[in-house]
Design a protein around this ligand. Structure first.
Ligand code: MOS
Length: 744
């Protein structure tokens, strides 16, 4: 990183400023086309038929009645669906999928909700009505595994997901103070607003496939589909312009998309499938349940001598998904003796997948609850205990942090919250019928970057076009890309057109891992600089507006060049040279800084709960958070991510639980009536502060990423606050009313 590029965003005018979403008008007026709303000429509708058992085989299908229903064109199943190829499913080659088994491969049933057929009809209603008339007979198999929470199996140890330093076992057994506790977290649904959806259209007599998908990664889906349908990548296009969120369940393709594209090819007509919510919840990804044991050893002064974090999470019978709970633990506290281990247990569910802060959010619940237990053992303030074990450098790698202000986060949030008013006695703070509990936890999420490419076009009509094949999953990527080129060129936001979410565009990253901002903007900036350089060449070249001038002497402001005497707009420069536009290409990738520093975001959450023991009601009354995320490119949308994460954390802490019937592993509450999430009435007063320490060691924007961190640390802050209120330690999530009744 050289100083010139670093200083380019040191005093920004657009970056870091409150900027209304550039796509806001499209969303408000309904012009933003989500996959489920798109229509292709001559299009058919598909509706999957889900298995009603979780373990066994499909014995027979009875299709006669459904096939005779109005509008039904075809019903696909394991006997007539085309034979396709499995994706190699490799992250390195960008063809990762969520579930490697293809739809309708054979008669085997691995989970409730697995597709056994796809009904295709002229209208959505016809397809759905017929799907309900498909008859199926099954052979049940013994031994369905409903949930890790109902199993005492040991699972499989995944060596690559564990780590160790020092001698944690002897340090633990020799410790003056010990905490040894086991924590359980139920499986959760992403419950993103927009369901999974695919529209597949074969063109040029089946030589070319165009797919609209609500996805966090158009390139991954393209690459996987190319393998599955044996197409050259250039004959396949995946498009995702607007996405009604995806919390990780839209990172990698699911079988419904393969079923849709296969049906469209067989029928020679476009087919659209929008999963109903119930199927989205069974076959569209979940956060797997986890069991974690934490052992902490410390001396009487609260110095940690040992941290041992052993985890087990669920996977499916068809894939090996690892939700690495311990991945943040080695970097959390300064402690010489530490180990983490990870096991997975196959259960009869659809394959789990990343869900907002995957692994770490579960791991931080266990670790930060255990730290509270240690604070209670020591009679020490939980903030003081954390400061005492503060990691001044990354204890996992030994590298210095690029930028860490977690101590400031704790102190500032504590002050705004009024932590010094806390009476540490159990149940000591009351207000009428309610007992008030104060709890806190810290949080973290790694900061990563990927390679990225982008293109910028300056046009003679005064507009600027910028394109990158990443996605805006609702987080505001369109807006920050526009801000970046506005910053560098001075072209007003209203004259900037941003195009994202197409595989025909320069390769962009997954919208995942909170990496999209730090990955995309450096490439966009490089493309903008390249376009400006190209236009300067034009301006100073023969017949140009600054003919004979020095390209380097032209300064840029407000969409125009100035040579110290005259100002000429980009549009006039292009007109003078009879050009419609100039192009700039840019690419960016992480560099050697990755070997010099450790990059993470940090934060602290303080939570007030109010518990009414008379009716066993708990509510989160207040959350005060301070986050250290580097620079926020667009502060309102960054804050919005943290606030959303906090509300999601209340769901994780108190409500959300995919309930699998222990008898047969069927999902009992696979709908939004029975699966409980926080509603407005459950949302507390939320006060989020973002520190402004741009992390220029990470990238020239100083931005680390903010999509996931807000969720981490909320559930333990709630359980710690509840302990303060009631004296009952809740180690299992969600903390249901039944658990409260049992505990009080
Ligand atoms: Mo995130 S779980 O990488 O969408």
């Amino acid at each position: 990183m050289n100083d010139m590029t670093q200083s380019a965003f040191a005093n920004p005018r657009v970056i870091g400023q409150r900027t209304p979403r550039v796509d806001g008008e499209y969303k408000l007026t309904g012009k933003a086309g989500y996959t489920g709303e798109l229509h292709a000429e001559n299009m058919l509708y598909g509706y999957p038929v889900p298995a009603t058992i979780a373990h066994g085989e499909l014995e027979s299908l009875d299709l006669d009645e459904a096939l005779a229903m109005p509008g039904v064109v075809e019903i696909f199943h394991h006997r007539n669906f085309p034979k396709l190829h499995r994706s190699p499913n490799s992250m390195g080659h960008g063809d990762q999928v969520s579930e490697v088994r293809l739809p309708f491969e054979d008669e085997r049933i691995y989970y409730h909700g697995q597709y056994i057929a796809l009904v295709v009809a002229e209208t959505f209603e016809q397809a759905r009505a017929a799907a309900y008339r498909v008859g199926a007979r099954y052979r049940h198999a013994e031994g369905a595994v409903p949930s890790l929470l109902d199993s005492d199996a040991e699972g499989t140890l995944i060596d690559s997901a564990g780590s160790s330093r020092g001698d944690p076992e002897s340090a633990f057994s020799g410790a003056e103070v010990q905490v040894d506790a086991t924590y359980h977290i139920a499986a959760e649904s992403h419950l993103q607003m927009e369901m999974h959806a695919t529209l597949a259209e074969w063109r040029e007599n089946g030589a070319r496939l165009v797919v609209h998908e609500s996805t966090q990664g158009v390139f991954y889906q393209r690459n996987a589909m190319a393998r599955i349908f044996d197409l050259a990548q250039e004959n396949l296009e995946v498009i995702s312009h607007y996405i009604g969120s995806g919390f990780g369940n839209k990172l990698f393709m699911w079988p419904h998309a393969v079923a849709t594209a296969g049906a469209a090819r067989e029928l020679g007509r476009p087919v659209k499938v929008v999963l109903p919510r119930q199927q989205d919840m069974t076959g569209g990804g979940n956060r797997p349940a986890s069991r974690q044991r934490i052992r902490l050893g410390a001396d009487r002064e609260g110095r940690l001598s040992s941290v041992i974090h052993d985890s087990m999470t669920e996977t499916s019978l068809v894939d090996q998904y690892i939700d690495a709970c311990g991945s943040a633990t080695p970097s959390f506290y300064a402690c010489d003796n530490l180990s983490t281990s990870q096991r997975i247990l196959p259960v009869n569910h659809g394959t789990p997948c990343p869900m907002r802060a995957p692994g770490e959010v579960s791991g931080i619940f266990a670790l930060e609850t255990a730290m509270d237990e240690l604070a209670v053992e020591l009679g020490m303030d939980p903030v003081e205990l954390r400061l005492k074990n503060y990691a001044e450098q990354d204890p996992a790698s030994g590298l210095p942090w690029s930028s860490k202000h977690l101590d400031e986060c704790m102190k500032r949030a504590a002050k705004r919250f009024g932590w010094d008013q806390r009476d540490p006695g159990i149940g000591a703070m009351r207000d009428g019928d309610e007992i008030i509990g104060y709890g806190m936890a810290t949080c973290t999420w790694f900061a990563g970057r990927q390679p990225c490419e982008a293109r910028v076009e300056l046009r003679a009509d005064g507009t600027l076009f910028v394109a990158c094949g990443t996605q805006d999953i609702g987080t505001g990527t369109y807006t920050i890309v526009a801000q970046t080129v506005a910053e560098l060129t001075g072209v007003p936001l209203a004259q900037i057109e941003v195009k994202l979410g197409e595989t025909s565009l320069p390769a962009g990253p997954l919208s995942g891992g909170s990496m999209a901002t730090a990955t995309t903007l450096p490439a966009v900036a490089a493309a903008a600089r390249d376009a400006l350089a190209a236009l300067k060449e034009v301006a100073t070249g023969s017949g140009g507006a600054f003919e004979g001038g020095e390209a380097d002497s032209l300064s840029v402001a407000d969409g125009a060049f100035n040579d110290g005497q005259r100002t000429v707009s980009f549009a006039d420069v292009l007109e003078t040279s009879r050009l419609a536009s100039v192009n700039g290409q840019g690419s960016a990738a992480p560099g050697d800084e990755q070997n010099q520093y450790s990059f993470r975001s940090f934060g602290a959450h303080f939570v007030e709960v109010r518990y009414d023991p008379g009716i066993s009601r708990v509510r989160v009354a207040r959350v005060v958070s301070t986050m250290d995320i580097g620079r926020a490119i667009n502060p309102p949308t960054a804050r919005n991510q943290v606030e959303g994460g906090i509300v999601m954390g209340i769901g994780m802490g108190l409500f959300e639980k995919l309930d699998y019937d222990p008898r047969d592993a069927r999902l009992v509450n696979g709908n939004v009536a029975d699966y409980i999430v926080p509603v407005h009435a459950d949302a507390p007063e939320i006060d989020v502060e973002m520190l402004d320490y741009p992390d220029f060691k990470f990238n020239e924007f100083g931005a680390r990423g903010v999509g996931e961190i807000g969720l981490t640390g909320i559930a333990p802050a709630i359980s710690n606050a509840l302990y303060h209120a009631t004296g009952k330690r809740h180690r299992d999530l969600p903390i249901t009313i039944e658990a409260l009744l049992a505990g009080q």
